[in-house]
Design a protein. Structure first.
Length: 212
């Protein structure tokens, strides 16, 4: 998924494509009915993804094959549905997401240096919430896993699993911003950051499982 498309623009794109397709989508009730569409985990601007899911409520008269074909016929050329199937997990079951992060730099970043950062017990950051505005939280409480991958000529690459979903969540850019600032204090200049979402996880049978 492209990193320059906002969540609202993506929603509008799907809404209009469904209308053009003539697919029998279901609508909400009330004064201002809208198509029943739920994206599993809205993607922040600036982040790419290979694991986006959307729940669209169609009438039973539409087959998976028909939905797949008609959506792809009416979506923009660079946007494609890869698969259509029954709903397995609901969006409110999402608990975490995995990201691949590239720190763009001409300097080598030692794996031990990153390991020290992720081994910290407390790193306090500001997080924006809907109800309380800006609040101070311990970033380390939102990190569920970390793996150093490689150092290339252009970037230091690692993967991290962060809390996501309605109950407990943190944006990956809060992590990368904090990490870049920490490395800057140690004399390491970061020229840019690439973030890609790899997987979405949810709770199932008392454990964390892949969303689909």
């Amino acid at each position: 998924m492209g990193k320059y498309i906002s969540h609202l623009d993506l929603l509008r794109t799907f809404t209009r494509s469904i209308m053009r397709s003539g697919l029998p989508v279901r609508y909400s009730q009330g004064f201002n009915p809208h198509q029943l569409i739920t994206f599993s985990l809205p993607l922040p601007i600036g982040v790419t993804s290979i694991c986006e899911y959307v729940d669209i409520d169609f009438e039973d008269t539409a087959s998976n094959e028909e939905i797949y074909e008609k959506l792809n016929q009416n979506l923009p050329m660079d946007m494609r549905v890869l698969a259509v199937g029954p709903l397995i997990h609901k969006a409110n079951a999402i608990c975490a997401a995995e990201y691949r992060i590239e720190l763009l730099t001409g300097q080598e970043i030692d794996a031990e240096l990153l390991a020290e950062f992720f081994a910290e017990d407390e790193i306090w950051v500001e997080k924006k919430t809907k109800k309380k505005g800006l609040v101070s939280v311990n970033l380390m409480e939102f990190i569920q896993g970390y793996t150093y991958k490689e150092q290339t000529d252009a970037a230091c690459v690692f993967e991290v699993i962060l809390c996501a979903g309605g109950e407990k969540n943190i944006k990956p850019e809060i992590l990368t911003g904090t990490l870049v600032a920490s490395l800057g204090e140690k004399g390491i200049q970061i020229d840019g950051v690439n973030i890609e979402r790899l997987q979405i996880f949810c709770t199932g049978d008392g454990k964390m499982v892949n969303f689909c």
